[in-house]
Design a protein around this ligand. Structure first.
Ligand code: RB5
Length: 144
């Protein structure tokens, strides 16, 4: 994964801005889908463009932030090609890739420290999907 799309609402803006700097410093290409304003806004307006870009292969994966992470996750997971997983510590960030193969990592900016957010991003980026029984389980997500 080299090209990462990122978005937030106003609640995630500060962490998003800092994470963009972190990712660029690590050599990733970053596409910013907003918001870039501290004004109150609607998370879905930024989730959908990010999801479209991931589905179209314009970015390799995505990171989304809002206050709880739930608004972003709910909007992103309306897209058939998206598996958006919420993480709140490093172990969950690892498992959301290893077991769920999340192609968008969702972070609850109001409930984790920035330091934890960076550690989760780093862990999720380097973790590989385990496949096997987890692929079978993922396949069933889109077969209600
Ligand atoms: C914004 O106040 C807040 O509702 C939003 O960031 C998010 O937590 C929604 O799920």
């Amino acid at each position: 994964m080299k090209k990462i799309g990122i978005c937030s609402d106003h609640a995630g803006l500060e962490y998003k801005t800092r994470l963009i700097g972190y990712l660029l410093g690590k050599g990733y290409e970053v596409v910013n889908f907003g918001t870039d304003s501290p004004e109150s806004c609607d998370y879905a307006d930024f989730a959908h463009p990010l999801a479209n870009a991931v589905e179209a292969g314009e970015v390799d994966a995505g990171i989304a932030l809002c206050g709880t992470g739930n608004g972003m996750a709910l909007a992103l997971n309306h897209h058939r090609g998206i598996r958006a997983g919420l993480a709140w510590n490093q172990q969950v960030a690892r498992l959301v890739k290893e077991h769920n193969n999340a192609n968008v990592l969702v972070l609850p900016a109001r409930f984790v420290s920035y330091r934890m957010a960076v550690m989760m991003v780093r862990t999720w980026l380097v973790t590989e999907f385990a496949g096997g029984r987890h692929q079978r389980r993922i396949d069933k997500i889109v077969q209600p």
